[in-house]
Design a protein around this ligand. Structure first.
Ligand SMILES: Cc1ncc(COP(=O)(O)O)c(C=O)c1O
Length: 406
């Protein structure tokens, strides 16, 4: 077996198999199950429809127009200007497109390059659990240490006392994610004010992952942490075009922050991917400048699908927390007699032909069982309706099982 830091990364993300070999992610396992069984895949968070046609056309035009070689390492000027303009128009933030904006290979690279650039071995990074799996991997690659603050079902509110207690003199970064994957929470201004207060008191930087910024449901509102008093200078704001415009495969992400922080992250980024997505960059630039009502209709459309899924899960007998935003809905399988969401997810394709992912995959210790399961709502309404029809069979299967003589 090859030794190296891959083993630390695999262990940190729960991907080191018992035989010491790398194990596939839960997303890959569940998607493989969906393919094998023909089940509806509500596991992995990718849309089953394409984004706005003018966005797709703009990329085709860019390819035909010759945008096929390396772009500038910080991103093409038109995209950096569009990101700055987007932040100004939507949030009143005012990053300098030349010095305070960096285009990256998705939010994933922005997160990884930021953590590697800003952490030294032994530094601590506070993460909110459950968390997106790349956080643990990036922290491990940097030789840094995770400090975990749990968000608790079903409210999933940020507990300011727990966050304050997690800060030590080794804390380098607080990493938050709002709107939040997998819980579907959108943090409110009280929660964000607590983060700001704690970060300022401890003099630490905050990384905010805002990839679902436009997928927020009425009456909730996305507030970037950088807009809070005193936070613009200590926040690294990360986002991506993938979720907003249903182009997760394009991997066009970005961050903005103080110029010296952007310089540090760019120094690492140039040796991770250097650059990516030449023809996608101008296309994303024009879409970021779409009028407000287009963004609102993207959110409203997803809200309708999320509500459809929530209704289907409730009718099937799950306890459901309606989401404030994002691609996801979390449901508790305990009322259906499943205390182990992993076991349910392994059974679900065979039982009713639907795939979901267990929330325990997003926990610091992914082997800790939980009855919570994440379903993706970013699918066509007819697909969600069919999944709901199938999931209703769970309740019937449950009743039949309890009627069976034991
Ligand atoms: C919370 C969160 N952050 C980051 C990412 C990665 O974004 P990208 O595809 O732009 O790298 C995802 C994708 O699922 C996510 O859910």
């Amino acid at each position: 077996m090859v030794n190296g830091s891959w083993q630390n990364v695999a262990a940190a993300t729960g991907l080191l198999g018992g035989d010491g070999r790398p194990a596939p992610t839960i997303f890959a396992r569940m998607s493989a199950l969906a393919t094998q069984t023909g089940a509806i895949n509500l596991g992995q968070g990718f849309p089953d429809t394409d984004g706005p046609s003018e966005l797709l056309e703009a990329a085709v035009t860019a390819i035909r127009g010759g945008a096929n070689q390396y772009p500038p390492v910080r991103g093409i000027p038109a995209l950096r200007a569009a990101i700055a303009e987007h932040q100004r128009r939507h949030y009143g933030l005012d990053p300098d497109p030349d010095t305070e904006v960096l285009v990256t290979a998705g939010a994933t690279e922005a997160l990884t390059a930021t953590i590697i650039a800003l952490c030294s071995p032994g530094d601590e990074v506070i993460v909110l659990e459950p968390f997106y799996d790349s956080y643990a991997a990036a922290i491990e690659l940097a030789g840094a240490v995770r400090r975990v603050v749990p968000l608790r079902w079903p409210e999933y509110r940020l507990d300011a006392d727990l966050l304050a207690a997690a800060v030590t003199d080794r804390t380098r970064l607080i990493l938050i994610n709002t709107p939040h994957n997998p819980t579907g929470r959108v943090f409110d201004t009280d929660e964000l004010a607590a983060v700001a207060r704690i970060a300022q008191a401890a003099d630490v930087l905050v990384v905010t992952d805002e990839v679902y910024e436009h997928l927020v449901f009425t009456p909730h509102r996305h507030v970037p942490l950088a807009t809070l008093d005193g936070m613009a200078d200590r926040t690294i704001t990360i986002s991506s075009a993938g979720k907003t415009f249903s182009v997760t495969g394009w991997k066009i992400g970005w961050l903005h922050a103080r110029a010296d922080l952007v310089d540090a992250v760019a120094a690492v980024k140039q040796f991770l991917t250097f650059v990516n997505g030449s023809p996608f960059q101008p296309a994303v630039a024009s879409s970021l400048l779409m009028p407000d009502d287009r963004f609102a209709s993207i959110a409203a459309d997803l809200q309708a699908r999320s509500e459809l899924l929530t209704g289907g899960l409730t009718a099937a007998g799950f306890d459901v927390r309606p989401s404030d935003g994002t691609y996801f809905v979390i449901a508790d399988a305990a009322p259906l007699g499943y205390s182990d969401g992993m076991a349910l997810c392994l059974d679900l394709p065979g039982l009713v032909g639907v795939v979901a992912v267990p929330v325990q995959a997003f926990n610091d210790d992914p082997s800790r069982p939980s009855s919570l399961v994440r379903f993706a709502s970013c699918k066509r309404p007819d697909v969600i309706a069919e999944a709901a029809r199938r999931l209703a069979g769970l309740r019937r299967a449950d009743r039949m099982a309890s009627a069976r003589p034991t």
